[in-house]
Unconditional design. Structure first.
Length: 252
């Protein structure tokens, strides 16, 4: 299947993490030019961009969830360098820890939960605002927001993270109406627990085993499997899927 991505310009935020790297590689493999947005490790991002083909095919640029100006600056740099932005994959995340066992939802102080919501919802809204105008003007674009299966099925102790990620669904469902007739499509992908390096290193084996046992497919998804869903939704092969939330969670 021709995904129609050759020479398309793609911005992937959070592109040096497990899912982000797989997404960036998937688009590069289809002939797209990829902007690799990173938070702090410039050297790693630049090395990754070199792996994707060097300055003509990929480049690294900073993207800071805590800087309100960063999304607009990132989109502007992509458009300055390559003349346009065709596909936005908003993957950058601020992780929200579970509540400490034994504590109650109502006892969590605002300084603990507000950054989780601000860091996962507001930056994505800003990035979409910065990107969508050019897409609308050109009459074509694809926006894929990376949410979480927690926003669909919930997870004990992750109310604030789930609320922030669920906000992306509301954004998508309403924004699609504003984009009627433009061939700019916006969707959400909701990964379940995924076998990234972060999960392998930081999640105790009993927890991984419990999550695997609770997954109908009998295993966790790989970053590459999540990336393939993102790749399709952000491609020309997706002709009329918009406003949807697609779970990649093995049936959870």
């Amino acid at each position: 299947m021709d995904l129609g991505l050759r020479e398309r310009v793609v911005l992937v935020t959070g592109a040096t993490g497990g899912i982000g790297r797989a997404v960036a590689r998937a688009y590069a493999a289809e002939g797209a030019r990829v902007a690799v947005a990173y938070r702090s490790d410039r050297a790693a991002a630049e090395q990754f961009a070199d792996e994707l083909g060097g300055p003509e095919r990929a480049f690294a640029l900073p993207y800071d969830l805590e800087d309100p100006k960063s999304p607009q600056l990132a989109v502007a740099e992509v458009e300055r360098r390559w003349g346009r932005l065709d596909v936005l994959v908003a993957n950058a995340v601020r992780w929200g820890e579970r509540r400490i066992p034994g504590t109650r939802f109502e006892d969590v102080p605002e300084p603990d939960w507000l950054p989780v919501i601000d860091g996962n919802l507001a930056p994505t809204v800003r990035t979409v605002q910065a990107a969508v105008g050019g897409m609308r003007a050109r009459g074509w674009g694809r926006i894929v927001l990376i949410s979480s299966h927690n926003a669909l099925g919930g997870n004990r102790g992750q109310e604030f993270y789930g609320a922030a990620k669920a906000g992306l669904h509301g954004l998508t469902r309403s924004l699609m109406w504003d984009l009627t007739g433009t061939d700019v499509l916006v969707n959400v992908v909701c990964p379940g627990l995924t076998t990234t390096e972060r999960v392998a290193a930081g999640l105790p084996a009993p927890v991984r085993e419990r999550e695997t046992a609770a997954t109908p497919s009998g295993r966790l998804s790989s970053p590459e499997e999540v990336a393939r869903a993102v790749l399709y939704l952000g491609s020309a092969a997706n002709g009329n899927v918009t406003g949807e939330a697609l779970a990649v969670a093995g049936g959870r």
